[in-house]
Design a protein around this ligand. Structure first.
Ligand SMILES: Cc1cc2nc3c(=O)[nH]c(=O)nc-3n(C[C@H](O)[C@H](O)[C@H](O)COP(=O)(O)OP(=O)(O)OC[C@H]3O[C@@H](n4cnc5c(N)ncnc54)[C@H](O)[C@@H]3O)c2cc1C
Length: 457
């Protein structure tokens, strides 16, 4: 590129990933650059996780571990001190809203301290299409505006959950059906004694239960998921050495599971907790995943994923404690089973479920049904205008596992003819099929740093 030419970048999505790519670009660049940061929500830097309206929603990682920079582990703690915010200790699980303020602060700070040749332009708008020529990329916004740039980053994050298949899906257009849990609107629809029905028993379900608990909700909370498994809690423990040699990891899921079980047995005999074994796998998960044959990855998704998820994605101990108490008091009732149908009436909705292993259905009466089944990762099924257009024009290709997109090692998207793009890149959850471990801060902070380097190359 000619020395004086201005590099024009569009980042679509202003959650953690998009904001951090912008931060790294602003911190690094010494020549002319225009960064167009496009976010459809009114605030940049929060995204889904840190834009929650609930102050009771906590990070699921201790404060000392959640710096936004991989090479400055204590950065979040330092930022807190600088803001004169005191946490009880470095193992505290801070509110997610606070973390959102941190990311917003980083963006502002890097903008203030960037070279005069760097410009960050913010757009509160939805990107709905992208067209490319060998020289240019055009990003089309919902407002009708068009942005001509050299490179684009899709930092679109996580998409709303899919609606479970039921006999009568018309219920999904009812006001009693809630598909987005991060705004307080749904909570205001409820009276304190109303029963509430949650589909799914993962982290989102626990967020909903905690929101109800904070509101002093008294009604029953039914949670139904296929296996009825709940995320485990964090516990302070030891750091365990890695026990897998990544150049010789087992090539089948069953042997991997055996190995992990064996290691858990060993650590228990030494008097320690299983969590250290799962945590020891973290830095190796991407390599293990990438070396597994496709059919073994499918086997993992079919049989092991629910168990992996509850052990890997854990909650703050205080959240786990509240959930355990609510289960003991029978306010929260967890079922393993499937939803068959919804029957709406004037007083609420009757949900027909079939418990795992049973031939018979039963009815649970509820005021609302909240979908907590987790994010939709099958891009072929998304109702997202930009993704639909990119699929139609062949600029992106779904991953073979139908989880995220086909992405090259440097974050570049692979098109429908399997050509690696030189213009369109992605980060985070779109890479789930390729990397598996790619949606949390430790991976995103590193991806954002590397992607900024790649864009400036
Ligand atoms: C509820 C929840 C809690 C979490 N808690 C933790 C935690 O404690 N610790 C941790 O490490 N990780 C956590 N995560 C993982 C989380 O995914 C990451 O930490 C991070 O927030 C993801 O950021 P992102 O920018 O990739 O995606 P998102 O935060 O989803 O941001 C994507 C942004 O793109 C915007 N967007 C999408 N399409 C368009 C478009 N066409 N045009 C314009 N804008 C668009 C969206 O509005 C959104 O703001 C959590 C995730 C969730 C959902």
């Amino acid at each position: 590129m000619h020395e004086n030419k201005t590099l024009r970048i569009a980042i679509i999505g202003g959650g953690f990933s998009g904001a951090m790519v912008a931060v790294h670009l602003l911190k690094t660049i010494t020549s002319n650059i225009v960064i167009n940061l496009i976010e459809r929500k009114s605030e940049i830097g929060l995204g889904v996780a840190y834009g929650t309206e609930f102050d009771c929603h906590l990070l699921n990682v201790a404060a000392r571990k959640i710096s936004a920079f991989s090479d400055e582990p204590g950065h979040f703690m330092r930022w807190l001190r600088h803001q004169e915010i005191t946490l009880p200790n470095t193992n505290t699980f801070a509110p997610r809203q606070l973390y959102g303020r941190y990311i917003q602060g980083l963006l502002k700070e890097s903008e203030n301290f960037s070279q005069s040749t760097a410009h960050l332009k913010r757009f509160t708008n939805e990107a709905i299409d992208i067209k490319t020529t060998p020289e240019n990329v055009t990003v089309y916004l919902d407002s009708g505006e068009k942005l001509e740039v050299d490179k684009v980053v899709l930092a679109l994050g996580n998409f709303p959950p899919a609606n479970p298949k039921v006999k009568n899906p018309t219920f999904y257009s009812s006001q009693r059906y809630i598909n987005s849990t991060w705004s307080q609107k749904w909570l205001n629809l409820l009276s304190a004694d109303d029963p509430v029905f949650l589909i799914g028993s993962g982290l989102t379900a626990l967020d909903v239960v905690i929101s109800l608990y904070q509101r002093k909700h008294k009604g029953k909370i039914y949670i139904v998921s296929r296996r009825g498994l709940l995320p485990q809690s964090h516990q302070l423990g030891i750091t365990y050495q890695s026990f897998l040699n990544t150049s010789q990891t087992p090539q089948t899921i069953s042997s991997l599971v055996r190995l992990v079980r064996q290691e858990v047995k060993t650590i228990k005999e030494l008097g320690y907790d299983w969590r250290a074994v799962i945590d020891a796998l973290r830095s190796q998960t991407q390599i293990i995943w990438q070396t597994l044959p496709l059919k073994e990855k499918r086997r993992f998704l079919r049989h092991v994923r629910p168990y992996w998820d509850i052990h890997r994605h854990r909650v703050a101990p205080e959240i786990g404690q509240v959930i355990a108490e609510l289960i003991d008091s029978e306010q929260v009732v967890v079922y393993a089973g499937r939803i068959q149908a919804f029957y709406e009436h004037a007083d609420g909705v009757d949900v027909e479920i079939r418990k795992r292993g049973s031939e018979n259905s039963e009815i649970l009466r509820s005021a609302v049904v909240i979908n907590c089944t987790g994010f939709q990762s099958d891009y072929r099924k998304l109702q997202h205008p930009l993704i639909k257009n990119l699929l139609a024009s062949g600029l992106i290709q779904p991953h073979a596992l139908n989880l995220g997109l086909n992405v090259a090692k440097n974050g570049a998207l692979v098109d429908a003819s399997s050509k690696v793009s030189q213009q369109i890149y992605t980060i985070g959850s779109a890479r789930i099929g390729e990397l598996w471990e790619t949606i949390a801060v430790p991976e995103l902070r590193e991806q954002s740093r590397l992607l900024a380097q790649e864009l400036l190359r």
